[in-house]
Design a protein around this ligand. Structure first.
Ligand code: ATR
Length: 492
């Protein structure tokens, strides 16, 4: 079975910095790309001695600004650097498609250095990638490489289809096709499946190209060495989605359950129609759905469970038997930690205030009403609170009427984005409400684990539940739907 090699692009300003990065990541990668254009002083002696200092094959690249690199000298200087360094043990040299210096090419061929003939397109995915790639190949043994910026989901679909077509036509290898940017991320993880002989990674904070992750993340989190044509693909669709914690939860779950033939990938999606086509092309088996697509996916489903119908939102899709089945695990995921904190059941006469009236609030309100909880909805935009209240027979009001919470304060659920990624007290959506200490405060935000609201509530002696507990509870139900197995418990 052919597998993509994992290349670690070295973008340090000094050789010493690169060697330090290698020390940290060497066990995760198969080869290195020395990005000589990132070095602060391009001394030939440093370049010629480099391959002997490392134990893996090295690609030499001196990339120009037009190709996303940092080399500022003349083309003559660049050729000189390449020519004088090539014979010192480099396995590959990366030359751009319009590279013209015959002497350098001859030096590479004479020295047994394989040419990677590259083109970069930062404007998007070319319509005829196959033609473009075959046109750039000059010698039979060359590896041809396309690194193209994926601008949208339609382009990701196009890129994946073209890569698979090329693989079917020409077989494996001597070809690298990678989608740059967050929209192209899947191509970096699925490079083996797409027939690319190399995928690239780089050190955190010093990405060699948009969309790179570090080698450890590709291996440990995205299970890169396990992925092949038989891998079952799962993922999360959202926009943005790159910071989602779901890949960590599900991929760790696969590892802990010794499920070696599955991977879970973030797909940043801006066009659901294109994504559902991509799902067919890649034979995607299941996805989590997050903001802003929980409502938008519903028309694409073949069937939906009663929670999807009632909440008007779907957060899980499972493909099987030619069907796309939609579920909402947020409802049960929301309830699980709440019930657990109350010893298993919600007492009669329980009253709750829900802050916010968006999609997340709708699922929360439905879950609470299903349990017979009396609910007050407070929202910045009263009309939305009124609409939601009418659907589920609740009281409602403006977020300015925070004194009304006192009558519904067994539980306060915070569903707005206020406090997300924030630590400072001004990001408390109900500063006008003073805690008695007997309330349960549930904030569905999971970054940070302790939002300003939860911090204030905990200091007042309230029981607090955070979004991480909800996230893991709903993920556990998804994991069961995806794999039929229980998701092992994971640390906060
Ligand atoms: P979600 O699916 O996450 O619920 P949404 O449907 O866009 O996203 O809803 C966002 C919720 O957060 C709404 O209740 C919104 O209030 P409005 O309906 O008035 O827009 C609330 N929200 C967002 N930013 C807010 C802010 N700065 N202050 C108060 N509420 C805010």
């Amino acid at each position: 079975m052919n597998r993509s090699s994992l290349c670690f692009s070295l973008t340090g300003a000094t050789i010493a910095e690169n060697l330090k990065d290698i020390e940290k990541y060497h066990c995760y990668c198969d080869l290195y790309e020395l990005r000589a254009d990132c070095l602060e002083s391009l001394s030939i002696s440093a370049l010629t001695s480099f391959p002997t200092k490392v134990k893996k094959p090295v690609i030499l690249a001196v990339r120009r600004a037009v190709d996303g690199g940092h080399f500022k000298g003349s083309e003559n200087e660049r050729c000189g650097i390449l020519r004088r360094s090539l014979a010192s043990g480099y396995r590959y040299v990366d030359l751009d498609e319009d590279f013209q210096d015959q002497k350098t090419e001859q030096a590479a061929l004479a020295g047994g250095v394989t040419i990677i003939r590259s083109f970069y397109d930062f404007s998007g995915v070319p319509a005829y990638l196959d033609r473009r790639l075959s046109n750039i190949k000059r010698n039979p043994g060359e590896v041809i490489k396309a690194a193209v910026m994926v601008q949208n989901t339609q382009e990701l679909l196009k890129l994946v289809e073209q890569a698979l077509e090329l693989k079917a036509q020409d077989g494996w290898g001597n070809r690298i096709i990678l989608g740059m940017g967050p929209m192209g991320f899947a191509t970096r993880v699925l490079s083996t499946l797409l027939g690319s002989s190399i995928t690239y990674s780089s050190a955190p904070g010093r990405q060699a190209a948009p969309g790179h992750v570090d080698p450890q993340t590709l291996v440990d989190l995205y299970r890169f060495p396990l992925i092949d044509e038989d891998t079952r693909i799962f993922g999360v669709i959202g926009n943005p989605v790159i910071h989602s914690e779901s890949p960590g939860l599900h991929n760790r779950g696969f590892s802990l359950r010794a499920i070696d033939d599955a991977v879970y990938i973030p797909f940043q999606v801006d066009n659901l129609g294109a994504f559902f086509q991509l799902a067919e092309v890649l034979d995607i088996r299941g996805v989590s759905v997050t903001i802003p697509h929980k409502q938008g996916v519903i028309p694409f489903l073949s069937s939906r469970d009663k929670d999807v119908e009632a909440a008007g939102a779907c957060n899980t899709i499972v493909w099987g038997d030619g069907l796309r089945r939609g579920y909402n695990t947020d409802i049960a995921g929301f309830m699980a930690p709440l019930k657990e904190s109350m010893g298993g059941a919600i007492p009669a006469g329980f009253r709750a205030a829900v802050i916010g009236a968006g999609g997340a609030a709708r699922a929360v309100v439905y879950a609470l009403r299903k349990e017979g909880v009396e609910v007050l909805i407070l929202n910045r935009t009263v009309a939305r609170a009124k609409e939601l209240a009418a659907l589920f027979d609740c009281s409602y009001g403006s977020l300015r009427e925070q004194e009304r919470i006192a009558d519904f304060s067994d539980l306060i659920v915070q569903t707005t984005s206020v406090g997300m990624n924030r630590e400072d007290p001004e990001y408390d959506p109900i500063p006008g409400y003073s805690f008695k200490g007997s309330e349960i405060i549930y904030d569905i935000i999971y970054i940070p684990r302790l939002t300003p609201l939860l911090k204030r509530a905990a200091q007042s002696g309230c029981r607090v539940i955070n979004g991480w507990e909800m996230l893991t509870a709903q993920a556990a139900i998804q994991f069961k739907l995806f794999t039929g197995q229980d998701l092992p418990g994971q640390a906060n």
